[in-house]
Design a binder for this molecule. Structure first.
Ligand code: BES
Ligand code: MN
Ligand code: ZN
Length: 502
């Protein structure tokens, strides 16, 4: 995506794959724009007179021009001016890409003189997120011959009193972030025969080599040596060996302790011996969404050369019911020393995260820990696909994350962590059990389990993205058949705002 921010007098090279976009608040008519000829304004007015456009939210009108150097004008309605907000702009821009797709527009010139410049970022986000496709495994003759046009260039015309170099920088950053989101979405969407623990690590190493991110891989042998038994236990049933991938950005030069991000990387979750039902089991390849999000976030921060210190910890396993698989009733001595009775092999995410949490605390003494995981089906029952679940031992940290999520449109809803819930994971035979009774408060129980591995009360938050990582309907910039990469924009935003080195 090529973005530029320009002043009204700059020369524009129009072509007939380009269109002029004019965003309009409700009832802020007639349309006036210095780039239009009188004749073109009349053509637009004629359509408005026929009641085809009022500026209502999400209204779109394409007015084609003949005898012009460009294809036409797209009017997009923003709704009432006092009700506009970042998320609305994101959704509205996805409506614009629908229109540019059907009209084969590749370049948009946006008349942004009347618009607040803070809406440039969500506009770019909405365009980039909505245009994402995953076609890696289709031959070109399978991909529809009439391949839809993608928008590749956007120019924003802003008024002369604006600082365009600052706006250009912000736009470039947004493109970097959205590219990382696309990269993660493709990893998450990849089938489990291609994306194994090892190939995820290889791809990550490849990406990280090009930027300032140091990688380290603890293979099965090293996991055994160090006693990361909980990760090993989940990986036992699969021929594809488990590993722990560590990403370090700026951890050495750090003045402050690093922020730790931990992502669940189950490349496929069959449930193990407690096998899942076959319906829609293919979806369980997205059980490494948290891993994709952590990789995407660390890479983004490095590409932005952000003045922060971050360590990403990604346990990667395949949860299989093999001949040597973990069995119900097995007791694991985790890396922390705590013993866990495995009452359900399908509650595997928390097992691998537990060791990752202990490992990062022991080896990096982080200032805060955020883990992100497709942890519980119960989270979809509680919150649907419109919000992720948040569990935390720290009020400030939760508030910072919730605020970041409101700004990026990746909403979080906090669930309680009262001590009473600790009783749900009592075990008759080990220190704790990996599940609670039936599906009682299952999302909270997931968090309560993880909390047992956080020492010295260091600020920690757990984000359950089971509902938001994939299958999001009714939000225009998401296509429900694709993963979302939910969390990358949120975590990047949070770290840039709240975890900068002083
Ligand atoms: N990866 C699943 C969570 C999940 C399930 C996400 C369905 C999306 C849709 C996780 O590993 C899991 O299986 N969790 C169990 C936990 C239960 C056994 C306590 C669940 O939620 O059913
Ligand atoms: Mn599971
Ligand atoms: Zn899982």
């Amino acid at each position: 995506m090529n973005i530029s921010v320009i002043y009204p007098q700059s020369k524009i090279e129009w072509n007939w794959n380009s269109a002029l976009l004019i965003p309009i608040y409700e009832n802020h008519l007639p349309v006036e724009c210095s780039l239009l000829t009188e004749e073109q304004e009349l053509a637009i007015q004629a359509m408005i007179d026929r009641d085809l456009f009022h500026g209502k939210e999400n209204e779109i009108l394409f007015v084609p021009f003949i005898n012009a150097s460009f294809a036409g004008t797209i009017l997009v309605g923003l709704g009432p001016q006092d009700k506009i907000e970042l998320e609305k702009v994101r959704r509205i821009s996805a409506k614009v890409t629908e229109c540019t797709k059907t009209n084969r527009i590749q370049m948009l010139i946006c008349d942004w003189e009347q618009m607040r410049t803070e809406y440039i970022i969500p506009f770019i986000e909405g365009v980039m997120l909505s245009q994402y496709v995953f076609e890696q495994y289709k031959n070109s003759d399978t991909i529809h011959k009439d391949k839809p046009t993608q928008l590749t260039h956007i120019k924003f015309i802003v008024s002369k009193d604006k600082d365009i170099s600052d706006l250009q920088n912000q736009s470039n950053q947004t493109v970097i972030i959205c590219n990382a989101v696309s990269m993660a979405r493709s990893l998450i969407c990849s089938p489990a025969n291609e994306l194994t623990p090892q190939s995820f690590a290889d791809i990550a190493q490849d990406i990280c080599q090009k930027i300032q991110v140091k990688t380290q891989i603890l293979n099965k042998g090293l996991l055994e040596e160090k006693g990361l038994n909980s990760i090993l236990a989940v990986g036992k049933g699969s021929k594809r060996e488990p590993l722990l991938l560590i990403l370090e950005y700026n951890t050495k030069s750090a003045i402050e302790k690093p922020v730790a991000l931990i992502g669940k990387g189950v490349t496929f979750d069959t449930g193990g011996i407690c096998l899942k039902p076959r319906d829609d089991m293919q979806d369980m390849r997205y059980d490494m969404s948290g891993a994709g999000v952590v990789l995407g976030t660390v890479c983004t921060l490095a590409e932005l050369k952000a003045d922060v210190s971050v360590v990403g910890v990604i346990p990667l396993v395949e949860n299989m019911p093999g001949g040597s698989a973990l069995l119900p009733g097995d007791i694991i001595k985790t890396y922390s020393g705590k013993t866990v009775e495995v009452l359900n092999t399908d509650a595997e995410g928390r097992l691998i995260l537990a060791d990752a949490i202990s490992y990062v605390q022991k080896n990096y003494s982080p200032s805060r820990i955020v883990d992100i995981a497709t942890l519980t089906g119960g989270c979809i029952i509680a919150l649907g696909h419109f919000s992720a679940g948040l569990i935390s031992n720290n009020g400030d940290l939760s508030n910072e994350l919730i605020k970041a999520g409101q700004e990026t449109g990746e909403r979080l809803w906090k669930l309680p962590l009262w001590e009473d819930y600790d009783k749900l994971i009592q075990s008759d035979f080990a220190d704790i059990a990996n599940i609670g009774p039936k599906s009682e408060a299952s999302t909270i129980v997931g968090g309560v389990f993880l909390k047992q591995f956080v020492v010295n009360n260091i600020p920690w938050a757990h984000i359950d993205i089971a509902g938001t990582a994939w299958g999001v309907k009714h939000i225009p910039y998401w296509d429900s058949k694709y993963p979302t990469g939910f969390g990358i924009r949120l975590l990047t935003h949070w770290i840039l705002r709240n975890c900068k080195q002083i």
